[in-house]
Ligand binder design. Sequence first.
Ligand SMILES: NC(=O)c1ccc[n+]([C@@H]2O[C@H](COP(=O)([O-])OP(=O)(O)OC[C@H]3O[C@@H](n4cnc5c(N)ncnc54)[C@H](OP(=O)(O)O)[C@@H]3O)[C@@H](O)[C@H]2O)c1
Length: 310
Amino acid sequence: MILWPMIPEQIINMRSDFTISKLIEAGRLAQQLGARIIGLGAYAAWIGKRGVLLAEAVNVPVTTGTNYTILVAIEAALSALNAVGINISEASVSVIGATGSIGEICTRILAKDVGQLILVARNEEKLHKLAGSLREAGSTNVTCTNSINNAVSKADLILIATSAPTALVSIDDIKPGSVVCDISLPHNILKDEAEKKTDILVIDGGVVKPPGNVDFHFCFGLEKGLAYACMAETMMLALEELYVSYSIGGNISILKVAKMAQLAKKHGFKLAEFTSFGKTVPKERIKAVAEARLAQPTHSPCPLTLSRPS
Ligand SMILES: NC(=O)c1ccc[n+]([C@@H]2O[C@H](COP(=O)([O-])OP(=O)(O)OC[C@H]3O[C@@H](n4cnc5c(N)ncnc54)[C@H](OP(=O)(O)O)[C@@H]3O)[C@@H](O)[C@H]2O)c1
């Protein structure tokens, strides 16, 4: 692992020519060390057109891990719904960051299976375009809004994948017995708030158990032996000797996610046990959320007030 110790706010606020030059410096170091593929973790993925400029500069394939992250996040969310007794076909699902590279493909994969889909982002034009395209593809259950608190208050599952480096979702807006799958790094929900509300299950969206007893010899915020999906995608491509730039630029698709599912099966990469802010979720917590769910009055998913007609 090659580390560039900058926090997301610094990366966002620094001049892009500086951040790109530092990324290329790190890429050249990887090349000298013999790397045949380079994976960009978390916020490094934003620099230089999402890996495109680095791939051009170093002549080594680059990936951001986005396609495998999508697969793992969906697996985690569906598995968590099942664990607390929520039926996906009746569930109201809010995707915060629905128009982003992770959010959009998650939305497209889930659209036909969920009870109701609520798309959230700031740019209304992009939101309505996505909602329109989902409706054209046969989903009748799609609404959109840019009010996060409105969207989360009605949801059984909240999938968060935004590029905002701060908290966006308040746990107090979420109903008891619901599941939050936060893919964003840094997270968009506060750890202290999430820990206090024992009747809501908050899980990390992209945590993977690689095969064998892996020791990364470095603590990047997860328990020993676990990896982020963005790292795991790079490992799987290397094991497969598939030395191509896999998830760079806008190169994210359902087909590429499906290919990751095949590679994960072949090489033994699995969804980790549920973690929340890097720590394994205790079984009692899952039970408490399932009980809170049972205590909720049954209701039909109700339509949202749209921010503008669609
Ligand atoms: N766990 C992992 O292994 C892993 C791997 C890769 C990425 N990630 C993380 O996943 C997250 C999403 O990545 P991405 O590549 O999908 O990002 P992206 O393509 O930039 O999409 C970001 C989405 O968030 C929305 N958004 C941004 N700020 C917002 C705000 N304040 N309120 C509401 N919506 C907002 C954007 O739409 P508007 O601009 O219109 O609001 C867009 O829909 C990042 O935090 C990244 O670090 C995790």
